[in-house]
Design a protein around this ligand. Structure first.
Ligand code: TEU
Ligand code: CA
Length: 515
């Protein structure tokens, strides 16, 4: 929400909309926390993921006082605030880099990854994700290359340097002292690179043809997570969630550490990469649950700011809305913390953007390939049906998705069977039923391939979830205790050991007497 009519969302805009997220009544969404993408000072080469001052708010988003007020207002509503720390790289405008690039000597000379190159060429084959070429950039002042894996404007820091490390931990402390509830750690699995800077082997499996064994996922990274964990846990009730960007569940799981000594939570991208299939999604969930170390608590996400929204990925003509409901029910009934992305509760899809509308460096570079069009996920929140969807009185920084005329908060809040109303019911159900919030999960593979079904088990009771992923009627066998059930969400069913599910039906039920 843009509060000052410059076309860009800001902290005061968020404060204005906190009641929508959680005002303690059933009319609000009812979420427990918000993760804010970076709002720190930044030249915005990568929309805030290029930080030039970690301890201040960028003027386009407001001031530090605005942030403190946001924190206060959020806490008043029992909403936790998680901030997004980008500790793998800084902006090339950060004073540390300005100093480091000047000379090979000096206290910060070694705070970034520098190399003289080999035979006048970059030291290895590491690949720049957003510029699609070698990730080493020549700096004439030093006569050396530095590493920039996202854009050349995002030099990677050297976590092996004790001075840099101390400074990073210090700024983490700065925000903990201010009272933030925790952090989302940007690309945490890229922090440490191979000491010998070996070239990655190539592989057809990875999208950029690299097996990232030397530029990501180095074992030393987990030690940094342990250090961050110790610091975070020295404050009460804080948490960290890591963006472990990989499609290998083994690697994701490793970031929980052993005996819960590394990150509290880790994002699971493998689910986000699945096509619409009960079987494939079920297998992906199995991979995650089976690899988590004892005591580790999973997370689930279907959309975020880096990927085409799931409403668009899973669109299917007249069934698009029905699929959005199945997806919502899945996300909000699994065992693990669900992360929703703004607007998914409305079914926002991002619509279409023309080439000249694009602002994200990756979206621009990879045109016309839609998979990397991150701008589609970032279009303004759709608050109402007025021009610019009520997001701004000015020209928005990205065009509003034309769907806003019907897909908006005001319209959906007024209707009992909107997707928004459905999200609210699911979130409430999760809070009212400890089985859904905390229970164990047991899958019912006999219901596949059409129906993904599982039971959430808790000492206070059992809850059955059955999701028909297809546009056809499907039969699902239900376990004995559910032969009699109380339907919590979905159409009423008569007592039986199998139920017939309508196309894309969502059934959530408690064991026990039928109503
Ligand atoms: O993302 C890391 C990352 O790997 C993705 O950018 C991914 O490569 C890309 O989106 C292709 O799908 C994090 C942030 O989430 C992203 O917004 C930043 O641009 C990036 O780090 C650099 O900080
Ligand atoms: Ca603004």
């Amino acid at each position: 929400m843009d509060s000052n009519a410059d076309g860009i969302g800001d902290l005061r805009g968020i404060i204005q909309k906190l009641d929508y997220l959680g005002d303690g009544t059933e009319s609000s969404l009812g979420i427990d926390g918000i993760w804010l993408s970076p709002f720190f000072r930044s030249p915005m080469r990568d929309f805030g993921y290029d930080i030039s001052d970690y301890r201040d708010v960028d003027p386009i988003f407001g001031t530090l006082d605005d942030f403190k007020e946001l924190l206060f207002e959020a806490h008043k509503r029992n909403i936790r605030v998680i901030i997004d720390l980008v500790l793998n790289h800084t902006s090339d405008q950060h004073p540390w880099f300005q100093e480091s690039r000047r000379s090979r000597e000096g206290p910060r000379a070694d705070w970034y990854l520098w190399h003289s190159g080999r035979n006048g060429r970059p030291p290895n084959n590491w690949f720049c994700q957003f510029e699609l070429k070698n990730a080493w950039w020549y700096e004439p002042q030093r006569g050396q290359y530095y590493l920039g894996t996202f854009t050349r404007h995002q030099p990677e820091v050297n976590w092996r340097n004790p001075g840099l490390r101390r400074e990073m931990l210090d700024l983490v402390r700065f925000w903990l002292d201010m009272g933030v509830d925790g952090f989302r750690l940007d690309v945490v699995n890229w922090f440490v690179k191979d000491q010998e800077l070996r070239s990655n082997p190539l592989s057809l499996r990875d999208i950029d043809l690299h097996r990232h064994i030397y530029d990501r996922n180095r074992p030393e990274t987990i030690d940094i997570c342990r250090e961050l964990r110790a610091l975070t846990d020295s404050y009460s009730d804080r948490m960290m969630v890591g963006e472990v960007y990989t499609d290998d569940p083994e690697i994701s799981a490793a970031y929980y550490g052993s005996g819960g000594d590394a990150l509290h939570l880790v994002f699971y991208f493998d689910l986000l990469f699945q096509p619409w299939s009960a079987e494939k999604i079920s297998r992906s969930l199995g991979r995650w649950y089976s690899r988590l170390p004892g005591g580790a608590w999973p997370t689930f996400t279907l959309s975020n700011h880096d990927n085409v929204r799931h409403a668009a990925r899973y669109s299917a003509g007249r069934w698009t809305g029905a699929r959005a409901r199945v997806a919502a029910a899945l996300l909000l009934t699994l065992r693990g913390t669900p992360f929703l992305y703004y607007g998914e509760e409305l079914g926002m899809s991002g619509g279409k953007l023309r080439r000249r509308d694009l602002v994200d460096p990756l979206s621009r570079k990879t045109w016309p390939f839609k998979r990397f069009r991150r701008d589609l996920a970032r279009t303004p929140m759709q608050w109402n049906g007025t021009p610019n969807a009520g997001f701004t009185r000015a020209r928005p920084w990205l065009p509003v998705d034309p769907s806003f005329a019907s897909v908006n908060v005001e319209a959906q809040a007024a209707s009992g069977d909107s997707l928004l109303a459905f999200y609210k019911r699911l979130i409430r159900l999760r809070k009212e039923h400890p089985a859904l919030a905390e229970g164990e999960i047991r899958f019912l593979p006999e219901c596949l391939p059409a129906v993904l079904a599982y039971v959430r088990e808790h000492e206070s009771g059992k809850v059955l979830v059955a999701l028909n992923f297809t546009g056809k009627r499907a039969r699902a066998e239900v376990p004995a205790p559910f032969a009699k059930m109380k339907v919590l969400l979905g159409a009423g069913v008569s007592p039986a050991d199998t139920v017939t599910m309508e196309p894309y039906e969502v059934l959530i039920a408690e064991e026990g007497a039928a109503e």
